[in-house]
Design a protein around this ligand. Structure first.
Ligand code: ADP
Length: 256
């Protein structure tokens, strides 16, 4: 990491040379920093709903509130508990990936696999009047995947497309194949991602808009989990996006 840069100039005002001062952060230190940041993020993500729950239960216990208020407060508490359950589920998934990275690979017809998953997500799209277009090319070969883990990837990506696309928007899911790989592509015409955020979008807990993500039930872990799983399959995942135009996520799975 470059920490300072000096340009000494001699009496004739000519540049004599450059001095770079380099500061070396070892890999271990970097890992330690990442671990600390992760723990801080997890604590924060858990503390926020806990604080909300605590303040609502206190009010319910202490104040003489009528039935309408009780229902409203219980609804909020219920929503916050759901958020924590989702977060803990995602954290457990990450922890299992870390400690037991082994995949249960099996040969799978990707079209059928994708179609079944999308079938289950259709209800969420219908709730937002979103139009689904599913197009499955003729498969050249089966792919070797861990079905449970790859299902999680597709769910995370399509759930994002649903979350970040307004009512009445379009979501296109398609498969494609060439000699080397199979492709799953999820395209939406939603809010898009600003260019400055694109390079960091796969980091754990990175969100473009924390408030919006939370409001929509996001944990900030969906894309990082997807990336870890795809990379464990020696595949690739990439994202292209334009603000207010939409987003395209491409998953590439090589046959070998
Ligand atoms: P989250 O739980 O917040 O959705 P993710 O890791 O799944 O977390 O995604 C990280 C961030 O990337 C989101 O908070 C959102 O800002 C952005 N994002 C992901 N997918 C899309 C999409 N299809 N359209 C717009 N923004 C997206």
């Amino acid at each position: 990491i470059l920490t300072s840069f000096v340009t000494p100039i001699n009496a004739d005002e000519n540049i004599e040379g450059y001095v770079f001062v380099l500061h070396d952060i070892t890999e271990q230190q970097e890992l330690e920093n990442m671990r600390k940041e992760f723990v801080a993020n997890v604590s924060h993500e858990l503390r926020t709903p806990l604080t909300t729950i605590k303040s609502y239960t206190e009010t319910l216990l202490n104040a003489d509130v009528d039935k309408a208020f009780i229902d409203k407060f219980l609804g909020i508490i219920d929503k916050e508990v759901d958020r924590m359950v989702r977060l803990v589920k995602d954290l457990l998934l990450l922890s299992r990936m870390d400690s037991n990275g082994k995949l249960k690979l099996e040969s799978v017809n990707l079209n059928k696999f994708v179609e079944d998953i999308i079938q289950n997500l259709k209800i969420e799209m219908e709730k937002k009047n979103q139009i689904l277009s599913l197009s499955l090319k003729d498969a050249k070969k089966n792919v070797n995947i861990d079905k449970d883990k790859m299902e999680q990837v597709i769910i995370n990506i399509v759930a994002n497309a649903i979350k970040y696309t307004p009512e009445g928007g379009c979501i296109r899911v398609y498969t494609d194949y060439d000699e080397e790989a199979a492709y799953i592509i999820v395209q939406d015409n939603g809010i898009g991602i600003p260019e400055k955020d694109l390079s960091r979008i796969f980091e754990r807990f990175y969100r473009v808009d924390k408030g919006r993500s939370r409001e929509l039930g996001g944990t900030g872990l969906g894309l990082s989990i997807a990336k870890e799983i795809v990379e464990a399959h020696k595949g690739e995942i990439n994202i292209e996006s334009e603000i207010d135009k939409g987003t395209v996520v491409k998953i590439i799975l090589k046959y070998n």
